[in-house]
Write a protein of this length. Structure first.
Length: 244
């Protein structure tokens, strides 16, 4: 899926609403005229904190389509049940029907979610979360690949993103790239001319491909240990309209 399913964003917003509703409800029931954070925090019970915690975790998981959402969801539901049970028993300012209806609503929402087709598909096929993959931009730039301390190859990038690059071969080193570089191997890369290196970092070879369609043969690199300074440099490269 190239775009995040709308249902994922809506669920995340709904969970954030649950988080916000807990302190908001306490403030409304207390009829305060000014927020005293110390008093407010003291009024949030352990069970409230459990709901807030698991709602936060679940919101993060669902926003990124992480399969762990399916494990966090029943725990969140259980924490809601426990919280509502104690609200039902001891809360004097809340009608007994409110926690009962909240629990019923949470149960219905849970049943709808675990049977949602998009949720099932993404959690079972994590590699289909294509919206998380940084957009690749075609950039033809000279790239130096340093292997150990004694080998340095000059090639060119075919495309570039914030997380990696696809490197196509240059005559004279194609055979070495195809046969000598292995998937999983770590290298150092420098993008730019010898006199003016625009970007450099450690990288790892994550794939080797043959020519297919508009894509030439070459290797896919994933950038590792990119410093903040280099991230700015990479961003500048991606914003350039003209290529080498």
């Amino acid at each position: 899926m190239k775009k995040r399913p709308m249902i994922f964003s809506l669920i995340a917003v709904f969970l954030i609403g649950i988080i916000v509703s807990i302190p908001t409800q306490i403030l409304l029931l207390s009829e305060v005229t000014a927020i005293n954070w110390h008093i407010l925090l003291n009024q949030i019970s352990v069970f409230n904190w459990l709901v807030i915690f698991f709602s936060t975790i679940s919101a993060i998981y669902i926003f990124f389509g992480n399969r762990n959402f399916l494990f966090a969801l029943p725990i969140l539901l259980a924490s809601i049940f426990i919280n509502n049970y104690f609200v039902y028993l001891y809360a004097r300012d809340i009608h007994w029907l409110a926690p009962v209806m909240a629990s019923i609503t949470a149960t219905i929402a849970y049943l709808l979610l675990i049977n949602n087709k998009n949720l099932k598909y993404i959690t079972q096929n994590q590699d289909k979360r294509w919206w998380l993959i940084p957009k690749r931009q075609k950039r033809t730039l000279p790239i130096w690949i340093m292997i150990g301390d004694d080998k340095c190859l000059l090639a060119r990038t075919h495309d570039l993103s914030t997380s990696g690059a696809f490197v196509s071969s240059i005559a004279g080193v194609q055979s070495f790239i195809e046969k000598k570089l292995n998937i999983g191997e770590k290298v150092k890369i420098l993008i730019g001319d010898r006199e003016h290196v625009e970007f450099q970092c450690q990288a790892q070879i994550i794939r080797k491909t043959e020519a297919c369609g508009e894509y030439p043969s070459g290797i896919g690199l994933h950038f590792n240990k990119v410093s903040l300074r280099e991230r700015f440099a990479l961003s500048k490269l991606l914003q350039q309209k003209e290529c080498y």
